[in-house]
Ligand binder design. Structure first.
Ligand SMILES: Nc1ncnc2c1ncn2[C@@H]1O[C@H](COP(=O)(O)OP(=O)(O)OP(=O)(O)O)[C@@H](O)[C@H]1O
Ligand SMILES: [Mg+2]
Length: 209
């Protein structure tokens, strides 16, 4: 059987502005079962890479694959196995966690029965079980961040992409996120921890300034 990488990025190039390469032929594979960190200085292109993997951004050229499925060609299928939290997402302050998760669960193809089971489970994981029916606008920054993490894992994705996931968390919260990742999201049989085999990042040199 062919061994397909959980994530495969091949010669990924991105220009937000024509002629200015933010990513220049970035290639790496991530295999099933490992946890990886994606490092680089501010502005290196980490978020740009992860947004491409989470189908939030179209690359200028070449490809990104999730479980062998090309993200740009079949993003809906590819995203079934991906949970992502990229930087600071918008806040749905007039909704409650119950409203938000019901909506997201439907969008992600979960049935109502599973959504109803899953809401208390994920809220418990981020210690917001008492806040299910409270307006998100009344949450503190850290609580909103915990909630954002819960949105990423609602549909029990095999691949979890976290960018800046601990921003705004207190030290205890940071430890809990680290532990959560280490434990494979509490569902080791389902969650694929990821390892980068090789990362090739060709950063462009800043011209002028
Ligand atoms: N929407 C955009 N339009 C134009 N340029 C952008 C856009 N988003 C990012 N960039 C540029 O792309 C480069 C890479 O940004 P990116 O956010 O991917 O970096 P990063 O590695 O995630 O940085 P940080 O560590 O600060 O989060 C930066 O030079 C940034 O200015
Ligand atoms: Mg970033």
């Amino acid at each position: 059987m062919k061994n397909i990488a959980a994530i495969s990025v091949q010669n990924l190039t991105k220009e937000y502005v024509r002629g200015v390469k933010v990513l220049d032929k970035v290639s790496f594979d991530v295999i099933e079962g490992d946890i990886v960190g994606y490092l680089g200085p501010n502005g290196a292109g980490k978020t740009t890479t992860l947004k491409t993997l989470a189908a939030l951004l179209k690359p200028t050229s070449d490809k990104a694959f999730i479980n062998g499925i090309e993200v740009t060609k079949n993003s809906k299928e590819a995203m079934k196995s991906v949970g992502s939290l990229i930087e600071v997402p918008g806040i749905y302050e007039y909704l409650t966690p119950n409203d938000l998760f019901t909506y997201l669960g439907k969008v992600r193809g979960m049935n109502m029965k599973r959504i109803k089971e899953r809401i208390p489970e994920v809220l418990k994981k981020v210690k917001l079980q008492d806040w299910r029916y409270k307006k998100i606008g009344s949450f503190s920054t850290g609580m909103q961040r915990r909630l954002a993490i819960a949105t990423a894992i609602l549909h029990e994705p095999n691949i979890l992409i976290l960018d800046g996931s601990t921003i705004g968390l207190d030290p205890k919260g940071i430890k809990e996120v680290a532990k959560y990742i280490e434990n494979g999201g509490g569902a080791p049989e389902k969650v694929w921890k990821l390892r980068i085999k090789r990362i090739v990042i060709n950063l462009i040199e800043e011209e002028g300034n």
